[in-house]
Every structure is written in C-alpha cells, then in structure tokens.
Design a protein around this ligand. Structure first.
Ligand code: DGT
Ligand code: CA
Ligand code: CA
Ligand code: ZN
Length: 584
C-alpha cells in the first residue's frame, strides 16, 4: 500500500484550497478545505484503519466530500481531483503567492488578462505599464507589486545567528524596559537556536497594545513597515531581516509564547495531547473542547510555559529541543537531560593568533580569555599546508610553544595556555606535522582545509585515518560547511562518530556562527557512543570568544549536558583528559 503521511495529506488539502481561491470558487468551499487541513495536522489516529473504516468524516472539521478524498489519498497515494486541478494552472503562478501585494484575485487577473504566468513576466508587466493598465490596478498597485518582487529577491535568504543576535537582544532589552510591557520573549527559530532564522518573532503582553506596537514599528532598527496593527505588526530591519511582533494579554502570554516558539511539529503534538485530555489548545488559551472525546478535567490555572507542560503530563521542554525529535518521550519519562550552559564553560580550545591568520597576539588573546573568567586557553594556529592562512612550519610552531611556556610562568597557576596546532589533514589522511612534532604539543585539532572535491567514501577514510593518530586530540569543523554560503563536503557522519568512539577522539562543535559544525542533528548519536564534544570558538580575534554562546546553543540543540562537553572541566582536570588518548 502506498505510504502517505498526514502532513502530505494536509499539504494536498491546502494546495486545493489555494487553487480553488485562484479559480474564484465559493469561499465556504475554500474554508472547508482549510478546516480539513488543520484537522489533519492534529489527527492522532491510524490513517489506514480510519480509511478502511471510512470514518474520516467523523473527525471534527472534515465533511463527507473531503473525507472521501482523504480516504482515496490514503488508499491509493494520489488524488485525481488534485492532479486535474493542478493541470489547470501554469506552475509559475503559485510562486506569485509569495509576493506581498499579490492575492488570488490579482494573480487571476494578470494571468487571464495579460497571460502572465511567472514572477519574471510579472516584473516585466509592472515595468512596461501593462499591469498598471489593468482594471482595478493602477500605477500605485503596480509599483507596490514591483517592490514586493524586489523584496522577495533581496531577502529570499535566511540569516545566520551572528548577523541577527545582537539586534535581537537589543530589541528584547528595549521591549523589556518599555513602561507598558509586562512580559516579552523572542520566540520562533531564534529561541529554538536553529542555525539560521527566516525571521524574528517577538511577543509581548501589555495593557496598551497601540502604544507598544507603535514603538515597535518606529524603532531605530526599522527600514520599512510591512504591516502595522494592534495585535500583529511586521517590519523589515536595516539588517534585512523581517521582525514580527505579536501583542497579547498577559493571561495569554504562556500560550502565545509556546505557540510562536514552535516548532510547528512540536506544536502539533502539544495540541494532540490537549485534545486527548478533552481540551483545545491554541495560541491564546487552553480551554474545554466543544466536542471532547473524553470527559475533560477542569482546566488548571496556567501562568508560565512550565505550567502548560506540567498540565499536559510533561516535564518542561527546553526550547532548543522542541523539534519533535524525541523530546516528548523524555519529558514524559522524566529523563530530560540538564543541558549545558554558557556559565559551565571553564576554558576554550582552537583559537588563532597573529602567528597565522588571527588578529590578536598570543598575550592579547590570553588576557581577553582571563578577562572572561576562563581558566585556560587553547591556541591552535594553522599548520604550514594552509599557506593562505600563513600556517606555521615546525620551526615557528616550536618557537610559539616556547613563548607559551614563558607566558604560563608569568601568569601563574590559575590560568594556562595550552600549546596546540590546527594541523591540516592532507589529501591522503596523513598530517601536516610528524609525530615527533605533534608529541611536543599539549593537544591538537585536525582539520580539512583543502582538496574538498572527493567522494564521500574517500573523504571519510581521509578523516578517519587522521583520527587514528594518537596525537590528534580533536577533530575540527567536520564538514567544512559555511552556512548559507557553501555546503560541506560529503562525509559519512555516523562512520566518523564511530571512529571517534573507537579512537577516543573528541569532536569539535565549531561555534563560529558561519559553521556550527558538527551539526546539532548528529550530537545525540555521538553522545550515545560516548564521544565527547569541545565547544570551540575558532576565534581569530579577542571579540570572537563571544561565539561560544552560539556553540552552546547548538550543543543544547544536540541534547548535550555539561558532562558531554570537555571544556566545562576545570583546569585541574582538563589536562588528564587531553592526555587520555595518548595513554590508551
Ligand atoms: P523561521 O522563521 O523560518 O526560521 O522558523 P520559525 O520556526 O520561527 O517559523 P515562523 O516564524 O514561520 O513561525 C513561528 C512559529 O509559529 C513556528 O515555529 C510555529 C508557529 N507556527 C507558525 N505557523 C504554524 C502552523 O501553520 N501550524 C502550527 N502548528 N504552528 C505554526
Ligand atoms: Ca521565525
Ligand atoms: Ca514569523
Ligand atoms: Zn580551520
């Protein structure tokens, strides 16, 4: 039997609603499809069993006609009605829904009157006056659409944490200190600490929605206003990112905070758990269900997000884990890990100085690390194969080691610089320094910096060979990815993780917001194999120790605790761990 998921069914139904809109169909019919979409999102039963029994029509929000279509979809994996409908429209038409200023009526008009079927043709039509000449359009509308098209091009991308975090935190501070604001949160992917964000989702509770909304759209960060209402506003910041503001009553705050934090997949499970208890959950409240399937208990008083989780039979779920990737099981079984925090870090590895491509001297880097309250600083300048980064040869490296030993004497027993190297993994998996040199270092980071064009099998073998060297303490930025700029080279993550476990090699979590590599999705596997993580800023400047907080966000997303992260160890214990592999 073909496998269709309920998400695919929901998408198909939403697709149909959109096409009916384009056709100018009866609004009631369109709404029926939208209601069915929502109902399918929260459907908790077995698709095949329900199809066999023919009982989709018994679900709230699903009428008989649509129920029949869902049954067909489940049984056959396809729906002729949907396929035929889709054939009525040129494919490019659907992209126009993404342009601000274009709704179904306008899309239909440019298509029927001007035979425009793609965004590019629409742009041309706006420029040559044809769109302005359409009945009900005019110069102003055409200019608006053109702006919408340009915005979509300019801002199609997503944003890295490093580009948005400072502004987001400033906005949080400004909202927090606003006299009319009661509670405030930055929700969405930002709160979940995803590696990139599509937009920012601020939430406030207040008794004065008008005043707060006005100040939000009038903030100095704002480049343009997309929408300005009492409960919902959207602006474009000068940085290019869109920021949304939701305004609610304080009693609604925990529900809105939970809903807008997401993820969507997490929200769907939350809603199902509420329904299973005879309640409905939405962005404003948890209330009694109109047609409860079980006898509902009274709804308890909920003031904080944690109350909501408790009410649904769950321990609190940290926002970073809300991806519906196992957090509900852990929260139900009380096995939620205590995630690592920035405050747990005692030191840092993998940092550069002016000896290779860093901007600050050894002493400046060390003093900045001390200033941050760290107990140790690992230096790992590039090795000679990284010519463009002014990599150190053996002679310069040993001179740096001597300089570090002298500085350590000066600094005394409470702070230590570890002498290391970010040694290049050469094309064949050999290392840029001989063992005799590596043995003189306190630790080493092995990284791939060139010859990226290899098969996954070859690249994996190359990296594993490097890890087999007992002097290699940790593996640097596993895939070499640069977020939103360059995909990583192909690597078999599971094989590398297995090799790390076998050889006792630490894997780096490179905290540079352009990297965040190894990716959070792989840390649970690494952790289950006992592989340790080093959260490394890869700092090329004293200011870049700040990257550690992005690394901690990613580590938390990867379910890591203090025990999983080596640089939470105090100075007295870290040296033993750095030597562990050599003593194996
Ligand atoms: P982004 O902005 O693409 O990086 O990702 P998010 O997760 O911030 O998504 P966004 O800004 O579209 O929406 C914020 C949250 O609102 C999202 O994480 C969950 C919730 N949400 C939005 N749309 C839906 C929806 O259709 N269904 C459900 N259940 N939740 C939604
Ligand atoms: Ca968002
Ligand atoms: Ca949003
Ligand atoms: Zn590197």
């Amino acid at each position: 039997m073909p496998e269709v998921s309920k998400d695919q069914i929901a998408d198909t139904l939403e697709d149909i609603a959109m096409m009916l809109e384009l056709k100018g169909e009866n609004p009631f019919k369109i709404r029926a499809y939208r209601n069915a979409t929502r109902a399918m999102e929260t459907f908790a039963g077995n698709l095949h069993a329900t199809a066999d029994a023919g009982t989709f029509g018994e679900i709230d929000g699903i009428g008989d006609a649509i129920a029949e279509k869902i049954t067909t979809l489940v049984m056959t994996g396809a729906l002729d009605y949907h396929t035929n409908l889709k054939a009525e429209f040129p494919a490019g038409l659907f992209d126009m829904f993404d342009i601000s200023g274009m709704g179904p009526k306008k899309i239909q008009a440019v298509w029927k009157e001007l035979a425009i079927t793609t965004v590019d043709e629409l742009e041309k039509g706006c420029r040559d006056g044809r769109v302005a000449g359409l009945k009900g359009f005019g110069e102003k509308t055409a200019a608006n659409i053109l702006k919408g098209i340009e915005d979509r091009k300019k801002h199609a991308g997503r944003f890295r944490m490093g580009e948005i975090a400072a502004d987001a935190e400033r906005m949080l501070d400004d909202l927090r200190s606003h006299p009319e604001v009661i509670r405030v949160a930055a929700c969405g992917s930002y709160r979940r600490r995803r590696e990139t964000c599509g937009d920012l989702d601020f939430l406030v509770s207040t008794r004065e929605p008008k005043i707060v909304s006005k100040d939000f759209v009038g903030h100095e960060f704002v480049e343009s206003i997309i929408a300005h209402g009492e409960t919902k506003s959207s602006v474009r910041w000068l940085s290019g990112i869109q920021a949304d503001l939701r305004v609610v009553k304080d009693s609604e705050f925990p529900f809105a905070m939970n809903y807008f934090t997401g993820s969507k997949e997490h929200n769907i499970v939350m809603r199902q758990r509420a329904l299973a208890r005879g309640w409905t959950l939405n962005e404003y409240r948890l209330g009694p269900d109109d047609a409860p399937k079980v006898t509902p208990l009274p709804v308890p008083d909920i003031r904080e997000e944690a109350d909501l989780y408790r009410t649904l039979g769950l321990d609190f779920i940290e926002p970073e884990l809300r991806e519906n990737m196992g957090e509900f099981k852990a929260a139900e079984e009380h096995t939620m890990p205590k995630l690592v925090e920035v405050e747990n870090l005692r030191g840092t590895f993998h940092n550069h100085t002016t000896a290779s491509d860093g901007r600050n001297s050894l002493r400046e880097m060390a003093e900045a690390a001390m200033e941050l309250g760290l107990q140790y600083l690992g230096i790992a300048d590039h090795s000679k194969a990284s010519v463009q980064a002014h990599g150190l040869d053996e002679k310069r490296l040993l001179a740096q080691v001597a300089e570090i030993r002298t500085l350590n004497e000066e600094f005394g027993p409470d702070f230590c610089i570890f002498a290391g190297s970010e040694v290049d993994i050469l094309k064949d998996g050999s290392l840029d320094f001989d063992d005799e040199i590596l043995a003189q270092l306190d630790y080493t980071v092995a990284s791939v910096h060139n010859a990226f064009a290899m098969s996954e099998a070859d690249m994996t073998a190359r990296i594993i060979r490097a890890m087999e060297n007992k002097h290699i303490t940790m593996l640097g930025h596993l895939t070499g990815r640069l977020l939103l700029m360059r995909d990583g080279y192909p690597v078999d993550h599971a094989a590398v993780i297995a090799a790390a476990a076998d050889t006792g090699t630490i894997i780096e979590l490179n905290a540079n917001p352009r990297r965040l590599d190894m990716d959070w999705r792989w840390w649970p596997l690494a952790k289950s194999k006992g592989v340790k993580c080093a959260i490394n800023p890869d700092a090329h400047h004293t200011s870049q120790f700040q990257f550690l907080k992005f690394g901690v966000g990613t580590a938390r997303k990867g379910w890591l605790t203090r025990d999983d992260v080596v640089n939470t160890l105090p100075l007295g214990k870290i040296e033993t761990l750095l030597d562990a592999k050599r003593r194996r």
